[in-house]
Design a protein around this ligand. Structure first.
Ligand code: ACO
Length: 325
């Protein structure tokens, strides 16, 4: 009996041209390259140019993913764009990308689950593809967090950056075993009791402003490893796979210490962990597809590899996706 699976056809990413090093930040706020590298693993981040919007980053990543997948934009009938930094409160940034790609059919919408956004977007696109109502999807994570940072707050401004990444997913008939290609299992969680640990102090309904990111870093750190390992164990239970079967662990790129702690707790060896946080900081919903694209383009991720994605972020929200490339 065949089943429908969402198979990755290609991926792409985009980082704004301007890089800002830790040394540059140390000239503006009381911090140092040594402190940032030691606590987070971040060495530099990319910052969007004036007038360069989340949709511009998303469009470039989407175009790169379409080229990598060797498919025409007109074959896309679903765009799910994960972002917490949309161009405008509405319409969705996804429809701006849809229009720029010249697509006038299908559906396009934004999804907001902060740093877990890409995992939530993959899960949503996978469900819509498996429903039979959509055939080919662009799943995008795109952010301009530089616009919601308080650049005088050293506890947050050193952590984040701008960027975008995308994958093309296609509904394909597969044999229906755990050796199938495509998304094999997804697991999402949220717990709003933690909503004040990482938030933005503004919004259209509360302050009529955009606001700035605020975070209790230590509290986030305390919960992060336990939460991500929880949903990864769910993925292993659902498929019968374990840490030894995973070829590539592609976690949300927030902080190298959280990534190392999660991999260690799960028994995933360091050689299987894809880390790009040093080069772009925490790009929230964009970080997983940026890391995926890096590992695909440098030849690490190959067709048939078992790839494990996970993320945790504001809300708190967290989740995992296990797929075969
Ligand atoms: N430079 C220098 N010193 C700093 C900086 C900085 N940029 N930021 C804070 N400090 C100081 C603090 O003021 C404090 O000084 P004090 O002891 O005199 O009060 C000291 O460093 C220690 O501060 P802590 O907050 O306890 O430092 P900690 O070791 O917890 O590291 C960090 C902070 C890196 C934010 C850590 O808590 C962390 O990684 N948390 C997870 C946050 C995260 O990754 N969030 C991303 C979003 S959520 C997600 O995507 C999972």
């Amino acid at each position: 009996m065949t089943v429908t699976r969402s198979v990755v056809l290609g991926c792409g990413s985009y980082l704004p041209a301007r890089t800002v090093t830790n040394a540059e930040l140390a000239a503006k706020v009381e911090t140092s390259d040594e402190w940032i590298v030691q606590r987070t693993g971040i060495r530099e981040r990319h910052i969007a140019a004036d007038g360069e919007l989340t949709s511009d980053l998303a469009l470039k990543a989407a175009q790169a993913a379409l080229a990598d997948a060797k498919v025409d934009a007109q074959s896309i009938d679903l765009i799910v764009l994960a972002t917490s930094t949309p161009d405008q409160t509405f319409p969705a940034t996804a429809v701006t990308v849809q229009a720029a790609l010249g697509i006038h059919h299908g559906a396009a919408f934004d999804l907001q689950a902060v740093c877990s956004g890409f995992v939530f977007a993959m899960t949503t696109a996978d469900a819509l593809l498996r429903s039979g109502n959509h055939k080919r999807a662009l799943v995008i994570g795109a952010e301009t967090f530089s616009r919601i940072l308080d650049w005088e707050d050293r506890t947050t401004c050193v952590l984040f950056g701008d960027g975008a990444g995308a994958v093309v997913l296609e509904a394909q008939a597969q044999p229906g075993t755990r050796d199938d290609r495509g998304v094999l299992t997804t697991h999402l969680r949220s717990d709003g009791r933690y909503k004040d640990k990482l938030y933005v102090d503004g919004g259209p309904s509360s302050t009529m402003t955009v606001g700035h990111l605020r975070m209790e870093g230590r509290e986030v750190f305390k919960h992060a490893v336990a939460m991500v390992t929880d949903v990864i164990e769910d993925a292993f239970k659902a498929t019968g796979y374990g840490a030894n079967d995973v070829q590539w662990f592609v976690p949300h790129q927030a902080n190298k210490r959280i990534i190392d702690g999660s991999a260690h707790k799960l028994g995933i060896t360091p050689d299987k962990v894809v880390i790009t946080v040093d080069r772009h900081g925490n790009t929230s919903a964009a970080s997983i597809p940026l890391a995926l694209d890096t590992a695909r383009k440098d030849g690490r991720i190959k067709s048939g590899d078992l790839v494990l994605l996970e993320a945790m972020g504001g809300g708190f929200t967290w989740g995992s996706v296990l797929l075969r490339w």
